[in-house]
Design a protein around this ligand. Sequence first.
Ligand SMILES: [Zn+2]
Length: 194
Amino acid sequence: MDVCSDSVEAAAFLAKLSDADRHTVEQFRRFLRIPSTSSEGPKNGTYKRAAEFLNAYCIEVGLTSQIIELSPGLPIVLATLVGSKPELPTVLLNSHYDVVPVFEQYWKWLPFGAQMDGEGNIYARGTQDMKCVCIMYIEAMRALIAAQKAGAAKFDRTIHLSFMPDEELGGNGMQPFIKAGYVRVSSVCSDRLS
Ligand SMILES: [Zn+2]
């Protein structure tokens, strides 16, 4: 399932949003339509699609970003906003882009349709755990970059966003990432947010 058209009610809800908010919502829905299911993702290309989506989105908001593949088929996205004291240990805001499998017979909505009702509620596998957090982190960085451009003080510490594969299968993304030493971390925010 890819895109299905919005109901009249959902379209009316979207029309009430600002352009910036509508863009964020539509980015979230595009992300949800990538069926990056744990265990299937490395084989069917959906992990790659999710990683490429996030990498492009991070670049769009003004971050530097790269895709790192430490294990075949398990791409990690690492985006960075350099602080004013980059020698300090960094802050890492971690999230994962894989979702647990679906059993369609139990779903009233298309699991990867990202359909919206008239109140703006969005339905898809992974909305809560934890694709919403991926989007929030990226949009928070957009706001931070805009504030800095408008004269706000820069953060001392460099901030990284990391987006992991296979966290629903036990951390096959994060463990090799930490071992590889890409970031020198002083604090991590991760899955418990979702
Ligand atoms: Zn999770």
